[in-house]
Design a protein around this ligand. Structure first.
Ligand code: FMN
Length: 512
């Protein structure tokens, strides 16, 4: 099969081959080989990290504002080193540690499948206050930066993105990469979907913190892959650039970059041996963009998500206003966040549900979402316990600020099954399912549309986490039986694909 972005059989093939079903889970002999568990961090043993400032600046900006608002793109601003530290800590820093018999888990600021943290962050910046121009790797274990290249390399990214204005004017660009093995150790070939989800939850935090710091931010998913990977000098059989985030705005475009030489830096192997899943490499190659021209025609003009006219009863949402909403600051909410391990079967209020829907879907600044406010995923809900709303299945109609009832009923048992036979979605107050009509998305964005749709779901899911915790609720991301989810929401969801699931409710204290 030719590996180009327009041959969308590749994305369909990957998606279909990595669906979970009752049968596929039982037929899979995979087990977790703890003796071969990958290291949780990328380590460059020959480079000393420089420590980032540890003291967290309190923005005081309410989390529910920070997740919903963006700073206009041309607002002149540049992060200083403390702002850089804040952005990194609250998106990918170690916020909690827990010992277990085999070792220690270092939990990070954003939720991540299996707590395996396959997303690495790199900075590409011009001279910032207290940080010299360079390419740096963020080392969460030391809370520091390792400089990989000295000098201003931003113009490499300007070229690789086909001249995206936000990148061309950004004092700082954060490049997010994903490392296959660190996540595939547990999740095998489904890991490529996790790249989007886990990068997305991290970006939800990053975007919210940028907003609180007064920095414009834009997520860029369209770039020449080979160029960005070469700049970071990653081994692209193992680790690949997945998204970029432009941060801040300056008037001058960056100077011409120095030549990019291979660095040949040693890194510590993640495991004794790694298992390769060729399906993911095929998906990655088929969604890679080859030239700046291809990137320029790729971005923008999002495929429209069209909802059929409402056929079921509508319930009007009642989001809390700025004056009424809880004002817990973003940094506090991020540090408080964790994935709920048990929900109490107690109700949440209609205002809480409405505020979550309203605040998480105000728009994501991304090159694949144009105009701003476009959305690739649609949100479907299974309501179990929301005061003033009958239990049942709903679809969110963003334009009218309503939820349309598709069927009434108590679906706790069904959703427990849909969520891979786990208890969490069955006990939640409401389950949010993201579904997407992949055909028009692939038609417009090619195979790369698959990266975009997973990433968007991760960002929206990450915002849902924050909107829940900002209101004193709990949340968890979940995986699911793909086709059963579509069947559950059909006929309304006919032809759509299940992309992601987040359960929200009142967290119950677990028995020790
Ligand atoms: C995309 C995604 C899918 C997840 N799927 C599940 C799941 O199926 N079951 C589960 O118990 N937890 C799930 N989680 C929660 C993770 O296990 C959790 O985020 C991770 O252990 C880190 O812990 P923390 O979120 O408390 O920081 C998921 C999280 C994400 C982001």
């Amino acid at each position: 099969m030719p590996h180009t972005n327009r041959h969308i059989e590749a994305a369909w093939a990957y998606h279909d081959a990595t669906k979970h079903s009752h049968a596929s889970i039982r037929a899979n002999p995979h087990f977790l080989d703890f003796a071969n568990q990958p290291l949780p961090f990328k380590i460059y043993p020959t480079l000393e990290p420089s420590r980032l400032p540890g003291e967290l600046r309190q923005t005081g900006v309410a989390a529910l504002s920070a997740i919903a608002e963006c700073v206009p793109l041309e607002t002149s601003s540049a992060p200083d080193l403390r702002a850089v530290a804040q952005l990194l800590y609250l998106s990918a820093g170690i916020t909690r540690q827990r010992k277990y018999p085999g070792g220690e888990i270092y939990f990070r600021a954003a939720a991540c499948t299996g707590a395996l943290y396959e997303v690495e962050l790199y900075l590409v910046c011009g001279d910032l206050a207290d940080l010299q121009a360079g390419v740096y790797h963020f080392a969460p274990a030391e809370f520091g930066l390792r400089r990989l290249r000295a000098g201003d390399y931003r113009s490499v990214l300007v070229e690789a993105t086909g001249g995206v204005p936000a990148i061309a004017h950004a004092p700082l660009i954060i490049v997010c990469t994903c490392t296959y093995w660190r996540n595939a150790w547990k999740y095998q070939a489904r890991t490529y979907r996790h790249f989007g989800w886990d990068n997305g939850t991290l970006l939800a935090n990053l975007l919210a913190v940028a907003s609180a710091l007064g920095l414009p931010a834009k997520v860029v998913c369209g770039f020449v892959d080979a160029t960005v990977n070469r700049l970071l000098d990653v081994d692209s059989q193992r680790e690949v650039a997945f998204s970029l985030v432009a941060l801040g705005h300056g008037s001058d475009p960056p100077p011409l970059s120095p030549e990019i030489f291979p660095l040949g830096l040693e890194t510590v192997p993640l495991s004794r041996h790694e298992v390769d899943y060729p399906l993911m490499h095929e998906m990655h190659a088929a969604s890679s963009l080859q030239s700046a021209e291809e990137v320029a025609t790729w971005r923008g003009r999002s495929p429209l998500t069209i909802l059929l006219p409402a056929a079921g009863p509508l319930a009007q949402l009642q989001p809390l206003s700025d004056a009424e909403m809880p004002r817990d600051p973003i940094e506090q909410v991020i540090l408080r966040r964790g994935s709920s391990r048990k929900f109490a079967r107690t109700p949440i209020s209609m205002a809480q549900l409405s505020t979550m829907l309203y605040r998480t879907t105000r728009g994501v600044p991304a090159d694949f979402l144009d105009p701003m406010g476009s959305q690739l995923n649609q949100m479907y809900l299974i309501v179990h316990a929301v005061e003033g709303l009958d239990p049942g299945a709903y679809v969110f109609r963003r334009d009218s600020g309503t939820v349309e009832c598709l069927k009434r009923g108590n679906f706790r048992d069904q959703v427990g099954y849909l969520g891979l036979e786990q208890q969490l979605p069955a006990d939640a107050a409401v389950d949010f399912f993201f579904l997407a009509d992949l055909a028009p998305i692939f038609e417009r964005l090619g195979n790369r549309g698959y990266r975009a749709v997973e990433l968007e779901a991760g960002i929206l899911g990450g915002k849902l986490y924050l909107a829940a915790y900002a209101q004193g609720l709990g949340a968890t991301g979940l995986t699911f039986y793909d086709d059963d989810v579509t069947r559950f929401f059909s006929p309304h969801a006919e032809g759509k694909s299940a992309i992601f699931l987040v359960a929200v409710g009142n967290s119950a204290k677990q028995k020790p």
